[in-house]
Design a protein around this ligand. Structure first.
Ligand SMILES: Cc1cc2nc3c(=O)[nH]c(=O)nc-3n(C[C@H](O)[C@H](O)[C@H](O)COP(=O)(O)O)c2cc1C
Length: 189
């Protein structure tokens, strides 16, 4: 897909088909994250791919989804749950600002690579890190990325600055994500 189209096409996906994603496809998403920008090129992030169905459902228990439209975009186990979680970890002691920025760039790369591969993705920060770290026996978690084949087609709508930016479900059951229009977020000097 053209990159400009991909930029506009990508939306957070929270309902998924019950279909496995091939290991090589998941590895390609991590590979996209691996080469993302990171502060001083220190590369302090690591990735655990959880794709065993039972473990995915265990991780799912410790995640929170789409607070503004609960429970309609909260994936249900074995109905709309993701095929995998990419768990982004670090061996650093603190989740510093720069480390979170690194992880943000990594997740964004995963999101675009997923979209380009016909997959959906949800960046997850509202997670019980302690519980998931204990469950997986992994290092400190920065974020999760949920991945799977999309079972919804959210859309964005342009709004003016000052209008509500709260995402909502419209009369067609489509998750609708307001984005502030270009002229309202940009200045020339
Ligand atoms: C740092 C960060 C944390 C997020 N955490 C969650 C989360 O825990 N649960 C969730 O459902 N969505 C989460 N999201 C997704 C946002 O809700 C979503 O990006 C936003 O509503 C805009 O939608 P869009 O991605 O389709 O543009 C997170 C996004 C970011 C950038």
């Amino acid at each position: 897909m053209e990159f400009s189209a991909l930029l506009k096409r990508r939306r957070t996906i929270r309902l998924f088909e019950q279909k496995a994603v091939a290991d090589e496809t998941l590895a390609a998403l991590v590979d996209a994250a691996r080469v993302a920008s990171c502060a001083s090129n220190k590369q302090r992030l690591r990735y655990t791919v959880v794709r065993t169905p039972e473990l995915v459902l265990e991780v799912l228990k410790h995640t929170r989804w789409a607070g503004l439209v609960q429970p309609r975009r909260t994936p249900q186990p074995e109905e709309s749950s993701p095929a995998a979680f990419i768990v982004i970890t670090t061996t650093e002691d603190e989740l510093s600002e720069l480390l979170c920025a690194d992880a943000g760039a990594a997740v964004q790369s995963i999101e675009f690579a997923a979209c380009d591969a016909g997959l959906g993705c949800c960046w997850l920060g509202a997670i019980d890190r302690d519980a998931i770290e204990k469950l997986l026996g992994c290092d400190k978690i920065v974020y999760l990325a949920a991945v799977g084949y999309p079972a919804e087609t959210p859309r964005s709508v342009d709004v003016s600055a000052g209008e509500s930016v709260a995402y909502y479900i419209d009369e067609n059951d489509t998750l609708t994500v307001p984005k502030i229009r270009l002229e309202d977020v940009m200045k020339w000097r």
